[in-house]
Design a protein. Structure first.
Length: 318
């Protein structure tokens, strides 16, 4: 096993691209630890505005990213540590087995006196509170599995709660919805204080000692290839916003029901009896369904700007 305690970048687009790179361009068994600056990461099959409060993201400068695995939305910051395992499937068989990858993490945490348990879902719990969300992606063609998870160590839980607060029940469609859980930070339960760097070193040493891992850094060639993938895919609106199941959003404004339809993340139509809705529809068509982009379109209108600003505020519960 190659272990990469990766301090090269805290850019979420680089780090998510690194996972795809090692999944598709390597045959190594990888264990990688990494961190992102303030970022909310949605699952591959999720609708971004249903999961992310885009106004909070804009105000608090929280980046939005999409990963290649399924599952729910997670929040990353420098108080959170991410881990990734990538392995060839046993005897060439396709393998989805969360416990195979999370058990070594549980064992490493137990050394620190942390009694972490598997939940009935794909989370890890400490005293009944979530400290880790996990997801997997299987490449059937390459017969390799990628497993990744979060470890809330001393994360900003206020940001986590605010960024995930959305009117989820008003979204309609066939897409994956996150399940909200009560959370806690691992550092609050340690017997002896330990900063993030020491925590990372503990995990790295544990895998070197008990799993015969060999530590190494990213090579220049790997960095170059990963950055190219980040730029061409993970940073693009087509991936973050546009790789989305079709959906609609419904609500009421001035006593009238409305429904906004979106395909590939962009508004394609509005159905309602609200007066003068054609004015709004004309400026919102082909715009991504996010508060900053829709607000910018409405501010630029020459008629009924106040009315449609109130409409947008009602949509996003502002």
């Amino acid at each position: 096993m190659r272990i990469i305690n990766d301090f090269y970048s805290t850019d979420p687009y680089f780090n998510l691209a690194a996972e795809e790179y090692f999944l598709t361009q390597s045959q190594e068994h990888i264990c990688r630890f990494w961190q992102n600056e303030h970022t909310v990461v949605i699952g591959k099959h999720q609708v971004m505005p249903a999961e992310v409060n885009t106004q909070v993201a804009q105000e608090r400068k929280i980046q939005i990213a999409r990963r290649i695995s399924g599952g729910g939305t997670v929040y990353h910051d420098l108080g959170n540590l991410n881990f990734t395992f990538i392995a060839n499937n046993v005897n060439g068989e396709n393998l989805i087995d969360f416990k195979q990858f999370t058990q070594p993490i549980i064992d490493a945490l137990k050394v620190l006196g942390l009694d972490v348990q598997h939940s009935g879902r794909n989370d890890l719990l400490l005293k009944g509170l979530k400290i880790s969300g996990n997801a997997e992606h299987l490449s059937q063609k390459l017969k390799r599995t990628m497993h990744h998870g979060t470890l809330l160590y001393n994360s900003n839980l206020d940001n986590l709660g605010a960024i995930l607060k959305t009117p989820i029940d008003q979204f309609i469609g066939k897409f994956v919805q996150s399940k909200r859980s009560m959370v806690t930070n691992l550092s609050d339960h340690l017997i002896q204080e330990m900063d993030m760097d020491a925590f990372r070193t503990h995990l790295e040493n544990y895998f070197i000692q008990f799993h015969k891992a060999e530590s190494s850094e990213l090579t220049k060639n790997e960095i170059h290839s990963i950055q190219e993938l980040a730029n061409s895919k993970y940073k693009t609106e087509d991936w973050i916003m546009g790789y989305s199941p079709k959906f609609s959003f419904s609500g009421y404004f001035e006593g009238e029901y409305f429904e906004i339809f979106a395909v590939k993340g962009k508004v394609v139509g509005i159905e309602t009896a609200i007066a003068e809705i054609d004015q709004l529809e004309a400026v919102l068509l082909n715009k991504y369904f996010s508060y900053p982009e829709l607000h910018q379109s409405i501010v630029g209108m020459e008629v009924n700007t106040d009315k449609w600003t109130r409409f947008l505020a009602a949509m996003f519960n502002i």
